[in-house]
Design a protein around this ligand. Sequence first.
Ligand code: SF4
Length: 619
Amino acid sequence: MRYSFDYTEHLDQLIPLLKSLEEDVILSESKLAQLFSKYPRANGEVFRKSEVVTSYRKLAGTNGLAPLDRKVLRRIQMKPTRTISGVTPVTVLTKPFPCPGKCIFCPNDIRMPKSYLADEPGAQRAERNAFDPYLQTYNRLLAYQNTGHQTEKIEIIVLGGTWSYYPEPYQIWFIKECFRAMNDFSEGRDDREVIITRYETVKKKLAKANDTLGRDDQFVATSNPLENKVEMAAYQVHGQQIDQTYNQVVSQLYTAPEKISGVDQLQTATWDELESLQIINESAKSRCVGLVIETRPDNISEAEVRRIRRLGCTKTQIGFQSLNDFVLLQNKRGHDVAATRRAVKLLRQAGFKIHAHWMPNLYGSTPEQDKADYLKMFNDPDFCPDELKIYPCSLIESAELMQYYERGDWKPYSEEELLDVLSFCLMNTPRYCRLTRVIRDIPSTDIVVGNKKTNFREMVERALEKAGEKSLNIRAREVRNRLIQAEELVVKETHYPGSVSEELFIEYVCPTQTTELIAGFLRLSLPTVQNFMEELQDAAIIREVHVYGQAVGIGQRDEGKAQHLGLGTKLIERAKAVAIKKGFTKLAVISSIGTREYYRQRGFVDAGLYQVADLSLKQ
Ligand code: SF4
């Protein structure tokens, strides 16, 4: 039975609770909990936060309550940090599908797209939604709204295996459905029931297909490291051990039956269908202000770069893993460092933000080798990622690495070694890079040996603080929700060489005693080679404009917050001035669908897959 909440039944308790929330200026989580306990429902049960948010939205401006105030909503928010960077992230997973990689450290959970585990929270959400992009996006937006978060500036993060390996019609459909969900959510439409019914029908067809093939559809993934089969994970099907790779099993489990049941026909769309929904999203209430996909370096080509751009992508998560050919080979990564160099060049030329994944403690590496690798990542102009996830290698039972561990060929770093390597990494990350993750948030029950502490990043930061040191990376300096006065801000420019450009990182910072808090920044590429993207010939390229502060709605103002000090416009004007000085006649921007309007208002015109300002015109 579906849970429903009728606020009208609890007015006697809700009104005094909401009045207290209006009156209190600052509430900590514990104070908030105390307040909730003070005004429980008639039966003594404490209200859920989502119920209080829903009630506040309905009751604001009535029963002696003041009109709706976003500050009050924020007081009730469950986890304000989720939207603290200025946008609301919506992570969606693709369906289980073969991956071209054979990486020995990668989990083989056939219920998930490659490399994900069924009990990771994001993965569970995706599975509950049948990996359907519409259901995942819509339900996530709804959950955010119900907990008082903004749902207007959305970053869609598509995770799962190797994006570029999924068939193009699936890719177009997947992104189209994310846009359709954002557009429907904006308009108060809801297609979820229709989709669920469709899946029910397909499920019946699949059961029939499985029957025909003589299979049980309850497959249980169980790794069998004792089998000691290299490149193979073992799965238990019909009580028998069969030795098949993840790719073989998911092909049989999903791909073939999908063809029989017609799912592959449902998960197909055309470019025209996608583009018409993108146009609607340009002015929708829930706009896509960022779109991220993840892929492998050797899957990046000129054609692929054009294709992901056409999908609306603005950032690529790309697995570097190591910058050492020996280590890549030892881990059966299937590509060399040269492929990573090529991929970064192409992505940077096309203006993409590059979000790298890098793994210390891989088979064949050492703490010293990892440190050298890390320095190379930022000292060699061929790399220099804008964002980075550091994922120390964890041992997952279903990964081939298990066999190496059992043979005694690989072992995890001790806590001391890991602390040492990660401290080194934090202290050697340049100010233009954002360390989004320092440990992968894998449930400890999935980790066979090695670090199981998901708060390891805080441990590293505390150790650095004790030593009187502090990382300069963006995440350590974000202004978060602090109120800022324009006069506190100063501009800082960092130039660094890229393989195909001179890179400029322009920041608005607020100096404090310990650091320079960052209120907003812009990434400008000043190309030094001819660009393969026609629209970008002779153009300097804005790769990112980011202004911090809790996400506020489009067109709404939150005085004093960095997002509304006009920093975005100031940064763009500064980029224009730099580009003119450097002799460029055009300034292009890799805008996302939901920021096209913003750039049009600032003198940019649509030009193919980008937007461009003519710098030869009198400014
Ligand atoms: S490419 Fe990525 S998803 Fe594929 S096997 Fe390697 S690590 Fe796993």
